[in-house]
Design a protein around this ligand. Structure first.
Ligand SMILES: Cc1cc2nc3c(=O)[nH]c(=O)nc-3n(C[C@H](O)[C@H](O)[C@H](O)COP(=O)(O)O)c2cc1C
Length: 344
């Protein structure tokens, strides 16, 4: 039996299979199942900036009875104008933010008592909003690490690539001022100079990078002639993008790497480790086939290592990363002249 123990973001994990942030990680019952199925760690469902802002905006109209006494107090303040109006509104928004955050913090506390695998919390940032404050509270609640889900589509015509990079760096430096637990960035591949941007980000004091988040993709329904939703779950061949960039970045970045998107079998886990990832993250497979599939991944990895006489993950991790292969250009080839020639 091979030894699957490894490290990710400075956390000791019993194997490199991490359940990625999703609704699957949103109940204690599932976290217990995830641990029982053999996962090395779990990333909780993200708390979304948009969700917090929306709830804060909707707070005044809310019919939530638990908030009604508080709201009545605020309404009295507003009616009597005993406080400055803006000040009162800010106070209300902060209260609503606190309300949303508290549920997340309570969940972390119960999760920590319910399972022994590392719990990585996740916050979804789309701006340089007050993440440092949330991150501090998440650390206090007992999370072992924090994944910053940077899911920003660089679609603003007025923003240059440098402006986006600057925003990422600002969020990281703000968060780093308030927390000591390891931080990872979950990134999208929409970057005009991916290697340079990611290398710079890896030097900002973070402990890990997740390559990549799966973007929500719109589609078009040609019968209704309207925009529709693309596929939510990944397909088994979607790992190839993560494989290429993991292989290119491994050994060059100053932090750990977790490969994500398209992990549907142990073979893909092996490939991504060979490319140089410290861990892999998985979601769609578990939605489609059940949480128990974690066990199939762990068993398959173990069997492959035995068959290839690898006793530890470190013996083969990164063996096929760009810095370790004889012909580094194969990972950068974008036109397949030979393959195309054979097809034609
Ligand atoms: C239903 C669903 C919910 C998700 N929710 C989150 C989330 O809250 N935060 C996040 O960072 N990623 C979220 N993801 C993305 C996954 O964590 C993962 O990055 C993506 O599904 C690609 O991995 P996969 O191919 O193993 O599914 C979600 C994915 C799915 C399918």
């Amino acid at each position: 039996m091979a030894n699957l123990n490894t490290h990710y973001m400075g956390l000791a994990i019993k194997n490199p299979i991490i359940v990625s942030s999703s609704g699957l990680c949103n109940s204690i019952e599932n976290l217990i199942k995830i641990e029982a199925a053999g996962a090395g760690a779990v990333v909780l469902k993200s708390i979304f900036e948009e969700q917090i802002m929306m709830e804060a905006d909707n707070f005044i109209d809310s019919s939530d009875s638990s908030l009604s006494a508080m709201k009545k107090g605020f309404n009295d303040i507003l009616t009597n104008r005993s406080y400055d109006y803006i000040e009162a509104m800010d106070y209300m928004k902060n209260f609503a933010k606190e309300h949303t955050l508290k549920a997340y913090l309570d969940f972390i506390k119960v999760a920590k008592k319910s399972v022994n695998i590392p719990i990585i919390a996740s916050i979804n940032c789309v701006s340089a909003y007050d993440w440092s404050f949330f991150a501090k509270r998440i650390q206090e609640a007992g999370a072992d690490a924090l994944e910053l889900n940077f899911y920003i589509l660089p679609s603003d015509v007025n923003k240059t690539a440098a402006m986006y990079d600057e925003m990422y760096q600002k969020i990281i430096s703000d968060v780093k001022k308030f927390v000591t637990i390891p931080i990872s960035l979950k990134l999208s591949y929409y970057s005009s100079s991916l290697v340079n941007t990611f290398m710079e980000l890896s030097k900002s004091g973070i402990s890990g990078m997740v390559l990549f988040n799966k973007p929500y993709n719109p589609d078009i329904n040609i019968n209704k002639v309207e925009i529709s939703s693309g596929k939510i779950y990944s397909s088994p061949d979607e790992y190839q993008r993560s494989l290429r960039w993991t292989a290119i970045l491994s050994g060059r970045v100053g932090c750990d790497l977790a490969a994500s998107t398209g992990v549907h079998g142990y073979e893909t886990v092996v490939k991504l480790l060979l490319a140089g990832s410290n861990a892999v993250q998985v979601a769609s497979l578990l939605y489609e086939k059940g949480i128990e599939e974690i066990n199939t991944l762990v068993t398959g990895l173990n069997k492959w290592m035995d068959e290839h006489n690898f006793k530890t993950i470190d013996e083969f991790r990164g063996k096929l990363s760009q810095v370790n292969i004889e012909n580094p250009a194969v990972l950068e080839r974008v036109q397949f002249m030979k393959s195309y020639a054979n097809i034609i």
